[in-house]
Ligand binder design. Structure first.
Ligand code: ZN
Length: 489
């Protein structure tokens, strides 16, 4: 049994997540500026459109619309035939237009869901909608964590970067469930190539609406929106803190205020930021500079057809098709490139079990050590397949393969050629091995006597001597058989 994630407060916890995901398009949402805002000098990726200068006209980024539809379909949403953009009006220094182009009452998609396991229990969370909007600029405050800034700088490079908002239903009932939902959602977004999944750098951001109610009540309690969580751990901590804080207020007979609170990592606490705005505060109205969109069914269906097999389905297939354990299948399919690598190895003729063991073992260790994935290493997927083919055919043994792997991973090269050049081929020739075995028996009378006397472990030490004499190249199984024959004969 695992320990409960949070203290049972006696209340029912209700959580809904709003996730913002930047789309991996080359250009911004409504202009041709580059969307690569982190690497450019401040305020250099800008133009009259994303600066909101008078008279500039936005143009919809087609790829951003298609990526949003792809996401919505992967989350089992419906795609209505008609959608439009709206202006969400508010003032902030990182929003030079004074409004954000977003979607209000007719979003690109609605009514989806995401399923995942929480402590082995199948859980479903509704997805209210996935809509498309633009990101704002960024503020840099010179000051402390309590935002008592002494000066602030604004960078508008991020202004207008395509942003998807994925609004979840308040179906989550614990901090564990919220974290698991976010883990699964992130995995899907990365899998389908729409987002890089970087919570730390904010290209994927999560806000949590948290409220409590007396068990059995049907009405929702007062909800508090928690922001500024930039890791899975922070999401779990912040929600746990917020549940306990709200329970204390309610237990003391107090009332909660509908507000936005920020998670302050250094303090391990949420801190009140402002009272929560209502939709009518934003004075939404249809964006007059953009036409509504009518999405053809054939376009939607062609996007659906191009969605890759999603991680959970792929893991299930890996288990049945390759005979892998559920754990191995989940590890190998967690990242799309890793799953592709695995299938490439199997397609190249490596047996399913051998490919899984090497990929999750020595290859994963090397990838970690050098921060280079196999596909980008000197060896490459083809090189590893060639190396493992040598093991499976008996041309080299496992320990020789391991040594070659660490070397080839960095410098690259043809495994078969290297084996020939260095004389690393496995010694599997019976006559050749028989001669070495005879020498080892001659030189180790005590171990031989021990084995004949019934001490099985003595055999291992003799096998070790033969391996040493052949510089690790002997076929260990054949050596064991030969030694047994000789010593019992
Ligand atoms: Zn621009």
């Amino acid at each position: 049994m695992t320990a409960p994630a949070t203290v049972d407060t006696g209340y029912e916890v209700v959580i809904g997540l709003e996730v913002h995901a930047q789309l991996l398009t080359r250009s911004k949402m409504f202009c041709s500026c580059s969307a690569a805002y982190t690497t450019a000098p401040p305020n250099s990726n800008t133009c009259p459109v994303c600066l909101g200068l008078p008279g500039a006209l936005p143009v919809i980024n087609r790829q951003a619309v298609e990526m949003t539809v792809r996401t919505a379909l992967a989350l089992n949403c419906e795609i209505p035939p008609f959608t439009k953009f709206d202006r969400k009006n508010y003032f902030y220094p990182d929003l030079p237009k004074g409004y954000q182009i977003s979607q209000y009452d007719l979003p690109l998609s609605q009514d989806g869901h995401l399923e995942f396991d929480v402590d082995g229990v199948r859980t479903r969370c509704g997805v209210t909608r996935v809509h498309l909007e633009e990101d704002t600029g960024t503020m840099h405050h010179a000051g402390d964590v309590l935002q008592e800034a002494t000066s602030s700088l604004v960078d508008l490079n991020r202004c207008g970067v395509p942003l998807m908002e994925i609004v979840g239903e308040p179906d989550l009932r614990s901090a564990d469930a919220a974290r698991e939902y976010l883990v699964r959602l992130r995995q899907i977004l990365v899998y389908i190539g729409v987002n890089d999944g970087n919570l730390e750098e904010g290209s994927l951001r999560c806000d949590a609406n948290v409220s409590l109610r007396v068990r059995g009540a049907t009405e929702l309690g007062t909800k508090v929106e928690v922001k500024n969580m930039n890791s899975f751990r922070a999401v779990h901590h912040a929600i746990t803190f917020e549940i306990e804080r709200q329970a204390r207020v309610l237990d003391d007979g107090g009332a909660l205020v509908q507000e936005t609170r920020g998670w302050v990592e250094a303090r391990g606490a949420t801190v009140s930021q402002r009272s929560k705005e209502m939709a009518h505060d934003y004075r939404y109205f249809p964006e007059p500079d953009l036409p509504p969109l009518q999405l053809g069914r054939d376009l939607v269906e062609s996007i659906r057809a191009a969605i890759p097999e999603l991680p959970e389905a792929r893991a299930a297939r890996f288990s049945s098709q390759y005979g892998l354990s559920a754990y191995d299948a989940a590890v190998l399919t967690g990242v799309r490139a890793e799953a592709d690598t695995y299938e490439a190895l199997v397609d190249a003729g490596v047996s399913a079990k051998v490919a899984a063991n090497w990929q999750m073992g020595d290859v994963a260790a090397l990838a970690n050590e050098h921060h280079v994935a196999l596909a980008d290493s000197g060896l490459g997927v083809g090189g590893l397949a060639a190396l493992l083919a040598l093991v499976e055919s008996g041309a080299i043994n496992g320990s020789t393969a391991k040594e070659l792997l660490s070397e080839l991973y960095i410098v690259g090269g043809d495994p078969a050629a290297l084996v020939t050049e260095r004389g690393l081929g496995q010694v599997g020739d019976a006559a050749q091995l028989a001669a070495v075995v005879a020498e080892v028996i001659e030189a180790n009378p005590k171990a031989c006597a021990d084995f004949r006397g019934g001490r099985e472990a003595a055999l291992q030490s003799l096998v070790g001597q033969v391996m040493k004499a052949t510089r690790g190249r002997a076929d260990a199984r054949m050596v064991t058989t030969l030694l047994r024959e000789r010593l019992s004969g």
